[in-house]
Design a protein around this ligand. Structure first.
Ligand code: EZ4
Ligand code: CO
Length: 402
């Protein structure tokens, strides 16, 4: 089999997505996701100008060689743009491989290791009662694990809280929005939120929380310690991770489990975190981490250190990445949990898919390949629109991590 053509479908059904379609001489095609929230067209140009011309004529089964060609062959390694572009190609090739062999991708990754993929979803509200209402709503939908975020008194537009009753979507059309942040107010508030949540839901529900890179290591250590009585499933991104060593300090002070890595794009971003067992869950996901080929190696390395996967799964990861993550999660041994922030009905219409949700678990479905299509006629009705993630400032105006 040979790759004969590849093209991009950039669309914006409620939010932007970059999808790569690779065609072969046998009529089989594959889809890959290259969406990088707020920087979509950089990945599209990278693929269009620098990657697609190199794919024509290659054997689509050669996922390892093509991955190495695009990674080592670029000379300039890593970075979110490069790795998202490589991921788009890699996903599309695994999709082709599955379709050609008439089997779901999970069978190519070792087969099913479990019946379903445990997922967590997001609960949020402007204050504690609203956040708890949202938790109860998701419990009624059957979720066994829920991330809880709440507005912080005195902090306008805290992370993870939607505006005007809409479901939470971090990117906004137009130029970047600005939000205000106070670590002091947040640190005093967050333990109260989880005290109330635990009281409300009992011991069984898994509670998660995203700190979204906003604390210093010692502040994160304090938060982890104060959250210990509420037995969180994890505390996410407690501090930025450019300096992996920063997690040592947090780890020395708290037994609250730690997840990080949604902004990682390379195994090397997580290498020290994993081998020192400073984290419990690695969140680098298939689209931003270089594809299934790259994540399989990272997950196998993590397994040796009893670090499990907890992949990013917000709405900026397209249904193609969601499908890839579900095939991956059902197959590998050290799967932990998968984030599930459901797409809007319009996104599901543009990307019809075989995966399903039921009673706290998701299932990749048994369609050959990844089991996702794109309705190109519908996609064409929603052209790309520039959108950005917000930025955050401290109360005195200093720019801080969003
Ligand atoms: O801010 O997906 O855990 N989920 C998150 C997300 C991220 C966005 C960034 O594109 O942190 O809400
Ligand atoms: Co996060």
């Amino acid at each position: 089999m040979k790759i004969t053509a590849a093209r991009l479908i950039v669309c914006s059904p409620d939010r932007n997505f970059v999808t790569l379609r690779i065609e072969t001489d046998e009529g089989i095609y594959g889809l890959g996701d290259g969406t990088l929230n707020g920087r979509e067209l950089a990945v599209a140009a990278y693929l269009e100008e620098h990657v697609i011309p190199c794919l024509i004529g290659r054997d689509p089964f050669a996922t390892e060689d093509i991955w190495q060609y695009l990674y080592r062959g670029a000379y300039w390694r890593r970075g979110p743009v490069t790795m998202s572009a490589i991921a788009a190609v890699d996903m599309a090739l695994w999709d082709i491989k599955g379709k050609a062999l008439n089997t779901p991708v999970y069978n190519l990754l070792g087969g099913k290791s479990r019946q379903g993929v445990l997922v967590y979803t997001h609960a949020n509200g402007a204050d504690i009662p609203a956040a708890l209402d949202s938790v109860k709503k998701h419990m009624d939908e059957g979720y066994l694990a829920i991330r809880v975020q709440s507005g912080v008194p005195g902090v306008s537009s805290a992370y993870g809280v939607p505006k005007g009753g809409k479901s939470y979507e971090p990117a906004e059309r137009g130029l970047p929005g600005e939000s205000l942040w106070s670590t002091e107010k947040y640190l005093n508030f967050a333990p109260k939120l989880f005290e109330a949540a635990r009281k409300e839901v009992g011991e069984d529900l898994h509670l998660l929380h995203d700190v979204h890179h906003r604390l210093t290591p010692i502040e994160a250590a304090r938060l982890g310690k104060e959250l210990e009585p509420y037995h969180l499933f994890w505390m996410e991104d407690p501090t930025p991770a450019e300096n992996q060593e920063a997690f040592r300090l947090i780890r020395e002070h708290t037994v609250t489990p730690i997840a990080t890595g949604e902004v990682f794009n390379s195994f090397w971003d997580a290498h020290d975190l994993i081998r020192n067992q400073w984290i419990d869950y690695i969140r680098m996901t298939i689209v931003h981490g270089g594809g299934i080929t790259a994540l399989k190696k990272a997950a196998d390395f993590a397994a040796v250190y009893q670090v499990r996967t907890g992949f990013h799964g917000a709405t900026d990861l397209s249904p193609v990445t969601m499908a890839a993550a579900l095939h991956f999660g059902i197959a590998i041994h050290n799967f932990g949990i998968q984030e599930h922030m459901p797409h809007t009905p319009l996104v599901d219409e543009v990307f019809p898919h075989a995966y399903t949700y039921d009673s706290g678990y998701m299932y990749p479905g048994d369609a050959p390949g990844l089991g996702v299509e794109i309705d190109e006629a519908k996609a064409a009705k929603y052209p790309y629109q520039r959108a950005y993630l917000p930025v955050a400032r401290k109360m005195d105006g200093t720019l801080t991590d969003w």
